[in-house]
Design a protein around this ligand. Structure first.
Ligand code: NAP
Length: 385
């Protein structure tokens, strides 16, 4: 809402505007494009129907316009979510929530409808290492134990710490880590008879997805043990295998950044190479967030990260280390964008969408009812213009 800030929505760097457009209008640019693709497992059967990146499911239930038409086999009885980070927790939670619980959230309507018909009764979250190495954070995993319609369980043998983990936990002297392990170990308990079960598994890795008629019908798991490898404990496969009867699989093993046109890119780390936010060899160009440091950290981590980049931009501007734009006015920038993208969404437009979504939810328990399709969003803006 600040008078010196402008928002240009529905505009894509590389298709609607280029780096040379930005150089014509701005003294500096900061990219905060995140990490947009999922990492793969690299195992046979990964591309069978019913095997999906968790990111697709998250975008679908959150109402991303490009993901509305995806379908997921919610007739499945058993589902595996591979990975034990917060995205895996989010996916497991959505699969386990009751329709009543979901209906109080801002989940997209198409997802609410599909999930209310879901036949899923068992959800497995699969960690390749132990609870002491799990990537989820405490508040998020604790919530899994508080679901109305699902009992959370773990296997006692898998949540007992091995000698390496015990030593690492003792050396770390980290109260949050100790608490995390306590939370996970508290899930060794009897089922209270809720209709769904959510089983957190540790020290297992999928080695193959098996299929029937081109669709996932099972997963072969190998049991792992931990081995020290530098300052990390690594999962090493044993010769003990197990078959898991699952008909739907989400891989949630982290994200990877995508290269941006005309910018340097480090393929290995999936980031734009930079020093504290200053893009290497490109004065005037900055990065912040996951495209700067890789896909780690919760929202709170991005605040100091953004502040560091902001300080770099300001100190460079002060000493004139910036671009020299030929047309630096707000109007000139607006003209360039509007010419390339007539369906530009401004901040006023964004507020109109927000107000309308909140108004649509009045009289219900939902915080908002989202518009999903691009056309419905643009039609709304035409109506309110
Ligand atoms: P993440 O935190 O990096 O977790 C990835 C998980 O995948 C780890 O458990 C990792 O295990 C596992 N993994 C990686 N490769 C694997 C493989 N080949 N086989 C089996 N497991 C494998 O990633 P994320 O869950 O996608 O989350 C991304 C970021 O968003 C995180 O920083 C997260 O905290 C944040 N986030 C936060 C919230 C929230 O605050 N509520 C919600 C969503 C996301 P290893 O440790 O063994 O590598």
């Amino acid at each position: 809402g600040h008078e010196r800030f402008r928002f240009f929505g529905n505009v894509e760097y590389g298709s609607h505007i280029s780096l040379s457009d930005l150089r014509r209008h701005y003294h500096a640019v900061c990219f905060a494009t995140g990490a947009q693709t999922d990492r793969r497992l690299g195992i046979p059967g990964e591309d069978l129907a019913g095997s999906h990146p968790a990111t697709d499911f998250v975008a679908w239930y959150n109402g991303h316009p490009d993901y509305e038409d995806l379908t997921f086999n919610l007739d499945a009885e058993s589902v595996a979510v591979v990975g034990v980070g917060n995205v895996a927790v989010d996916v497991a939670r959505i699969l386990c929530r009751t329709t009543d619980e979901l209906a109080r959230t801002d989940i997209a309507d198409h997802a609410l409808e599909a999930l209310s018909e879901s036949r899923v009764t068992r959800v497995y979250m699969l960690g390749r290492r132990g609870p002491a190495q799990a990537a989820f954070t405490n508040a998020e995993v604790k919530e899994l134990g508080e679901l109305d319609g699902a009992d959370v369980t773990v296997l006692p043998d898998e949540v007992r710490l091995d000698e390496f983990s015990k030593a690492d936990v003792a050396a770390a002297d980290d109260a949050k880590l100790v608490r995390k392990i306590e939370i996970v170990q508290s899930f060794v308990r009897k089922s209270s008879g809720k209709p769904r079960s959510l089983c957190l598994r540790f020290l297992v890795s999928p080695v193959e997805l098996t299929g029937t008629g081109g669709a996932v019908s099972g997963m072969k798991l190998v049991r792992n043990r931990l081995e020290r490898s530098g300052d990390r404990l690594r999962a090493v496969p044993t010769d003990s295998f197990e078959d898991l009867d699952v008909q739907l699989v989400f891989r949630s093993v982290g994200y990877h950044g995508v290269a941006l046109p005309d910018l340097p890119f480090d393929e290995g780390d999936g980031i734009v190479p930079n020093d504290g936010g200053r893009v290497t060899g490109e004065p005037g160009i900055y990065v912040s967030g996951w495209i700067k440091r890789g896909p780690t950290g919760i929202i709170g981590t991005n605040k100091p990260d953004g502040a560091e980049t902001a300080r770099a931009i300001l100190s460079d501007l002060r000493v004139g280390r910036s671009w020299s734009p030929a047309a630096p006015t707000a109007e000139a920038a607006m003209n360039t964008v509007r010419t390339a993208q007539p369906h530009l969404v401004t901040y006023d437009d964004w507020q109109a969408i927000d107000e309308s979504e909140v108004a649509r939810a009045q009289g219900t328990e939902r915080p908002r009812v989202k518009y999903v399709a691009r056309e419905s969003l643009l039609e709304l803006l035409d109506r309110t213009a």
